[in-house]
Design a protein around this ligand. Structure first.
Ligand code: ATP
Length: 252
């Protein structure tokens, strides 16, 4: 199931956060969403998750318009923000029960236990969310996101909280869901952690797309003197010398 963004604009009062972008994430694709602070990444993810209303444009999750058919779209979606809002007075397992009830899941307990094992949260299953560390909170949010087997997954900075083993598990889960046909968007500033994970890249800058394409194609285009650029080098080069042309052809 795909994620489709068509002519998406978002203004906050006078501030233009996203200035008209189009892209599609196909089933099985893992799109790395990159860009400097304030580029519009979180705005795009929050609009796709139905938390923000677009100023203009259309956002489709598995064929459902997030504004017009929010329930059908959200049934297919997992959104994990970088500061997940949990229920402090519920335990880890109670969070899973709540998600299972909200999504009307049956026979979910074995999957819930397997997710907790993999995320190394099993010994905390009866701990309140308020008692968890930052990395554990992020892992719980990821577990909640994957419980209903979403076909579209949005992860905002998923690698800042978890420890190295947690990061490895996060990556495995992302790959497995993509292999099962999910369309996935991951935003992160930790470019080196990204490199072996993503299949395509979208670089946002000042609310516009600087570059978008399969990672291999992008790397191939940008290989210099027989040397392959790293994602980090590519990012710095692209965002230090913006090539987005304004309407009159100037570069900003
Ligand atoms: P970061 O890497 O710092 O998380 P980002 O790419 O996620 O940045 P956004 O949070 O989408 O960027 O912000 C894009 C622009 O929109 C910025 O100029 C920001 O100041 C502005 N912005 C974001 N949220 C609001 C808001 N609630 N009210 C007003 N302006 C906002």
């Amino acid at each position: 199931m795909s994620i489709v963004v068509e002519d998406f604009h978002k203004n906050y009062g006078e501030t233009v956060a996203v200035a008209g972008i189009d892209f599609t994430v196909e089933p099985g694709e893992i799109l790395g969403l990159l860009g400097p602070n304030g580029a519009g990444k979180t705005t795009t993810l929050r609009a796709l998750a139905g938390i923000l209303t677009p100023t203009h444009g259309r956002l489709l999750i598995a064929g459902h318009d997030i504004v017009r058919e929010p329930v059908a779209a959200k049934a297919e979606l997992a959104y994990v923000p970088d500061d997940p809002q949990l229920f402090d007075r519920l335990t880890i397992w109670e969070h899973f029960r709540f998600i299972a009830a909200a999504y009307r899941l049956h026979d979910w307990t074995a999957r819930g236990e397997q997710l907790l094992e993999r995320l190394e949260l099993m010994d905390k299953r009866n701990a309140l969310a308020a008692e968890l560390s930052r990395g554990m909170r992020q892992k719980l949010a990821v577990g909640c996101g994957y419980l209903h087997r979403p076909s579209a997954v949005l992860l905002d900075e998923p690698f800042t909280g978890p420890d190295p083993r947690g990061i490895r598990t996060m990556k495995e889960l992302i790959r497995e869901h993509a292999a099962a046909g999910a369309a996935i968007i991951v935003s992160s500033h930790l470019l080196s952690l990204f490199e072996d994970l993503i299949t395509s890249v979208l670089i946002l800058h000042r609310g516009q797309i600087l570059r978008h394409g399969p990672i291999d194609v992008l790397r191939g285009e940008l290989a210099h003197d027989g040397r392959q650029e790293t994602l980090e080098e590519l990012f710095f080069r692209m965002t230090e010398t913006p090539t987005v042309a304004t309407e009159d052809g100037r570069t900003p």
